[in-house]
Design a protein around this ligand. Structure first.
Ligand SMILES: NC(=O)c1ccc[n+]([C@@H]2O[C@H](COP(=O)([O-])OP(=O)(O)OC[C@H]3O[C@@H](n4cnc5c(N)ncnc54)[C@H](O)[C@@H]3O)[C@@H](O)[C@H]2O)c1
Length: 336
């Protein structure tokens, strides 16, 4: 694959998060928004006009065949992630795939296999890893011992596609993955065991898990709790928050992980809040990787590991058992 200086981009999925990427891709230096695609043609046309793409299409085959596209942003419902990623890789297109990687381990494996076969640069949308406060937190505590974290949102309508068991998977798979990913990012030793409680509290018409209290044990004995639910945003800590300690130092991330307080030698430091930058925070390193032929900033293998932990938590909720991540079917995703 050639390494272009100007990255020629396409977006598949002209919905709400596609718009976040479009805002950045249409204005960032070193990027040209070549095409936008959606199964709803009018949505693609509106995007092309609003963000200045060269063309709009409802035929994704046109994107795969276009030799003037270097990288494709896939921003569609979760059940389409694996087939679209496979098509992108087969066409030799680098791709950025929104989170979660997929809703099943089998689909995650399909995506990883397609990337490994083709050699394209592929990234998954775990943007929280790049928030400046999270970067500073990871530098401040390199070996966490005990972490508590949550992603707690306001109520999601049951009809929302993300609550559809096939298209979205429900709140824990769809959004809980963000905080599980951040916890796995901060704890470097691999996760070895998961136990979780929860279930479906607020969406009786949907076969999903919407609420979870997840406990993860790591290979070094460190433990983390992650709470997930669409039960009402906590007013002080905010929708996304995390606290961790290493035995002497500690920190709190809050304000949607844009604010950081650190504590060392009993001295508390409140760092000035960083502004939330939207998709730019992850698009920029992915574009840099494509432009230089470098390594993906969020590998699909690491995103598969995150999905494996969330799926293990859901299995634990359903069976009441502790799930051993060093055994099948999870082991390959944890070590791969
Ligand atoms: N990283 C984040 O913080 C974040 C935030 C919100 C959403 N997301 C993710 O972004 C993705 C999209 O979510 P959204 O909220 O933008 O959804 P959305 O419903 O607003 O938009 C999805 C669009 O994809 C189109 N689409 C569906 N299947 C398609 C196909 N096969 N080919 C072409 N177009 C197709 C739909 O018509 C729709 O316009 C999901 O993976 C979601 O989890 C990420």
């Amino acid at each position: 694959m050639s390494t272009p200086r100007i990255v020629r981009a396409a977006i598949i999925g002209c919905g709400s998060y596609g718009a976040e990427h479009a805002k950045f891709l249409s204005t960032a230096p070193g990027v040209r928004l070549r095409a936008v695609a959606d199964i709803a043609p009018e949505r693609a046309e509106d995007f092309a006009k609003k963000y200045g793409a060269d063309y709009a299409t409802s035929d994704v085959g046109r994107i795969w065949a276009d030799r003037e596209i270097d990288a494709v942003w896939i921003c569609t419902q979760h059940h389409t992630h694996a087939p679209l990623a496979e098509e992108a890789a087969a066409a030799g297109k680098n791709f950025f795939l929104e989170k979660p990687l997929a809703l099943t381990l089998a689909d995650c494996d399909r995506i990883v296999a397609a990337v490994e076969r083709s050699g394209v640069i592929a990234a998954s949308g775990f943007k929280l890893r790049f928030f400046p406060a999270v970067v500073a937190a990871k530098q401040f505590i390199t070996r966490p011992q005990l972490t508590t974290a949550h992603v707690i949102d306001d109520h999601w309508p049951s009809e929302f596609w993300a609550n559809d068991p096939v298209q979205g998977g429900g709140n824990v798979l769809s959004q809980g993955c963000h905080m599980v990913d951040t916890v796995l990012h901060l704890h470097e030793p691999p996760p070895v065991r998961v136990y979780a409680a929860g279930g479906n509290r607020n969406h009786p018409t949907r076969d999903i898990v919407d609420t979870a209290a997840i406990t993860v044990t790591f290979a070094d004995g460190a433990v983390a709790n992650v709470a997930v639910g669409d039960v009402g945003v906590p007013p002080h800590a905010s929708k996304f928050a995390l606290q961790t300690s290493d035995g002497s130092r500690s920190l709190s991330l809050y304000n949607r992980l844009n604010s950081l307080m650190t504590r060392a030698d009993k001295t508390i430091t409140e760092h000035p809040a960083w502004p939330e930058e939207g998709a730019a925070v992850i698009d920029a390193p992915f574009i840099a990787a494509v432009a230089s032929g470098g390594v993906s900033p969020v590998t699909v293998q690491s995103a598969r590991r995150t999905s494996a932990v969330v799926l293990a938590a859901i299995e634990s909720i359903k069976t009441g058992r502790v799930i051993d991540l060093s055994a099948a079917p999870y082991a390959a995703a944890i070590t791969g």
